[in-house]
Design a protein around this ligand. Structure first.
Ligand code: SF4
Ligand code: SF4
Length: 342
């Protein structure tokens, strides 16, 4: 482990002339003149070529319960090596990880160097580890590092998961799918206005990402951070649930997460009663809805969608699989429970 200035030629860009490039990794499609960084703060035009300047640069590395991602229906109760770097292509005023997500390679220099093989060795050496999770900051923007590690992890017969804002163009997303096993995607709100005002982005590309994951049969779960007055209108929320149900299916996993004031946002934290109201709206259409950041809530458990038997109970990050057989069937009604990977 050492400090480094590693960088890697980026994928997904085109030269516009001798000095200008266009990056098409994410829907911002930044056009960059020489020496400029993209909106994400980590991809730079150097003399007419685009580089990922966070290749092999890590801000955080931990073994986490997979529930912490959150992923509740993918390898429940298991641990996963989780890594992150810096930067993000969104600018959420409520970001809970702003210290790393809003940093650029120019102002956050104390990153640790881990080669692809070092990360793979750490992942494979730990007993019980299931693979890699790309998380903490937005992982798509260090795409090349993630793809190289994920390819090696698959060769080791382990799993890859990523926690993302879903703001990625279809071509890079499709290229990632053969090596990425599970996704948690933020769906921050269901209006373009929210995305524009509070995240400096657009809603539609995130919806396209979710539809693409569904069409390709990938395991994904959705996280919606509920912020009072900004995205807790029951009518708009109901439209989002209708869209999820119609486009992605009634067995889609939805995490409703409690917001706390952070970064530029000083609205008071979400009342538990608001979360419970939205939870009840979501449960009318979706079978798997969870409450995040609410200690000891019933809304953390998984119940059989057919007979309502308790399948998996969770308290904090303690997970007990009591009602689900290793064959994925409910121990009470005997039916195969959809959309859970054990
Ligand atoms: S990944 Fe970064 S440089 Fe590329 S288009 Fe998105 S914000 Fe711009
Ligand atoms: S997408 Fe996530 S990491 Fe990026 S700014 Fe928004 S909340 Fe922070």
């Amino acid at each position: 482990m050492s400090l480094t200035t590693d960088m890697k030629t980026a994928l997904f860009y085109q030269k516009l002339d001798d000095s200008k490039v266009r990056c098409f990794l994410c829907p911002h499609n930044c056009i960059l003149t020489n020496n400029k960084l993209g909106i994400c703060g980590v991809r730079r035009n150097r003399s007419g070529d685009l580089y990922n300047e966070t290749y092999e640069k890590v801000s955080s590395i931990h073994f986490d319960p997979i529930e912490k991602k959150p992923l509740y229906h993918f390898l429940p109760g298991k641990i996963i090596l989780s890594i992150g770097s810096i930067g993000c292509n969104l600018k959420c005023s409520f970001c809970q990880n702003c210290e790393i997500s809003q940093a650029t390679v120019d102002d956050f220099r104390w990153l640790n160097h881990y080669s692809v093989e070092e990360i793979v060795d750490i992942a494979t050496d730990k007993a019980g580890n299931t693979g890699l999770s790309y998380t903490y900051n937005e992982p798509t923007i260090h795409y090349e590092y993630m793809l190289d590690i994920a390819t090696r992890i698959k060769e080791k017969k382990m799993y890859n998961t990523m926690v993302s804002n879903g703001y990625i163009n279809p071509e890079p997303l499709i290229k990632l799918m053969p090596v990425m096993d599970a996704f948690n995607i933020d769906l921050k709100a269901f209006t373009e206005d929210f995305y524009k005002k509070h995240s400096k982005a657009k809603l539609q590309p995130v919806l396209e990402t979710l539809k693409l994951l569904h069409q390709h049969g990938k395991h994904f779960e959705i996280t919606n951070l509920v912020i009072p007055t900004l995205n807790d209108d029951p009518l708009v929320f109901g439209k989002m649930i209708d869209w999820i149900c119609e486009e992605l299916g009634e067995f889609t996993v939805l995490h409703l997460s409690r917001y706390f004031p952070h970064y530029k946002m000083n609205i008071s934290s979400t009342p538990v009663s608001t979360l419970e109201r939205l939870y009840n709206i979501a449960r009318e259409k979706l079978h798997y809805v969870y409450l995040g950041n609410v200690a000891g809530s019933e809304g953390q458990n998984t119940y059989c969608p057919f007979c309502h038997h308790l399948l998996i109970s969770r308290f904090g990050y303690n997970t007990s699989i009591t009602g689900l057989g290793v064959d994925g069937k409910c121990k009470k009604c005997g039916l195969l429970v959809p959309n859970i990977v054990l």
